[in-house]
Ligand binder design. Structure first.
Ligand code: CUA
Length: 338
């Protein structure tokens, strides 16, 4: 196989592919896609074949009776090809489309307002679109079980997840092609989407509605893991940040708390309470930085804190000049937030 089809194939099974269905909702959409592909291909080939026939066939001169017969045959072909065939082809597709819609969306009456607690047994995550990142809040019937993170959705395998979608600024769109279709996040209202990850794995999601300069770098990861692992993760996320264990870390924390970082970011368990940027309480446990833009490593973290505007120009995080010592102390502290 040459390089191009191989690259296309690799893309088709990549973590952001709609063809790599991760659960029942994505499978339903995948089935509809495959049916449309087959039917669409058959119709296109058929139309082209008739066109080729009409263009290249030889026809001799006809007398009057033959002409009449050809005219009647022509009318029959037009009725069959222009009325009967579209009905026969489009009706089953319409039915399948309606059934798919019914299977992958929540009935509108069950879409709760964002502030309501989840119904008993319901797994609800509230995702708020911000320029250009995702605020993720795990809802619970008991307020002390709720917690907040960013740019990452961890879910238990096999659990039906209801995602409540809101926006704090402009319209964004929540899209994890491997798990569901798209849904907009619209300021002033709550939309809802449901997905189930049928097996453990990671899927990449991406904002799918142009929302400003860094729309392209507004990604996130969905991680599905066994229920026990998810519970352990959730318990760690609910906890406040661990207090510094040694003098060096205490000094590093001091550097962080004295910096401008705290004006926009929160670290639960410390005086940092900012709300303009992602909650950093468990930053070190996340896979990526800057909403799926960079892998969460020391080098990238240092580069990001030092000069975010060179990585995401136009994002709301300013590039603040920092003394190298302060920069490294801040990074050192952030690395302890696991
Ligand atoms: Cu958010 Cu595009």
């Amino acid at each position: 196989m040459s390089a191009l089809p191989l690259a296309a194939l690799r893309q088709a099974v990549a973590p952001q592919s709609a063809l790599r269905a991760g659960g029942p909702e994505a499978e339903q959409i995948g089935l509809l896609w495959n049916v449309l592909l087959v039917v669409g291909t058959a119709v296109t080939v058929g139309v082209l074949a008739f066109l080729a026939y009409a263009l290249f066939r030889r026809r001799g001169d006809a007398d009057e009776t033959q002409g009449d017969r050809r005219m009647r045959a022509g009318v029959r072909w037009m009725v069959a090809g222009g009325v009967v065939l579209p009905i026969v082809v489009l009706m089953p597709i319409l039915v399948l489309t309606m059934r798919t819609l019914g299977a992958v969306t929540l009935p509108s009456r069950t879409v709760a307002s964002a502030d309501e607690p989840p119904a008993p047994g319901e797994f609800v995550v509230e995702v708020t679109g911000r320029q250009y990142w995702w605020e993720v809040r795990y809802r619970a019937r008991r307020p002390d079980l709720e917690f907040e993170t960013a740019n990452e959705l961890r879910v238990p395998v096999g659990r039906r997840v209801v995602v409540r979608l809101r926006s704090r600024d402009v319209i964004h769109s929540f899209w994890v092609p491997g798990l569901q279709g798209k849904m907009d996040l619209v300021p002033g209202r709550t939309n809802a989407l449901v997905f189930t990850a049928a097996r453990p794995g990671r899927w990449r999601g991406q904002c799918a509605e142009f929302c400003g300069a860094q729309h392209a770098k507004m990604a996130f990861t969905v991680v599905a893991e066994p229920a026990a692992e998810w519970q352990a993760w959730a318990a760690r996320q609910r906890a406040d940040a661990r207090p510094p264990a040694d003098p060096a870390t205490r000094a590093a924390q001091g550097a962080f708390l004295n910096s401008g970082c705290v004006l926009c970011h929160a670290v639960r368990g410390t005086p940092a309470r900012g709300d303009a940027g992602p909650d950093l309480t468990h930053l070190a446990s996340r896979l990526t930085l800057a909403a799926g833009t960079l892998p969460n490593t020391r080098g990238h973290l240092t580069g990001w804190v030092a000069d975010p505007q060179s990585i995401k120009p136009g994002s709301l995080m300013p590039s603040v000049p920092l003394e190298p010592r302060t920069l490294h102390a801040i990074v050192r502290y952030l690395e302890t937030l696991d």
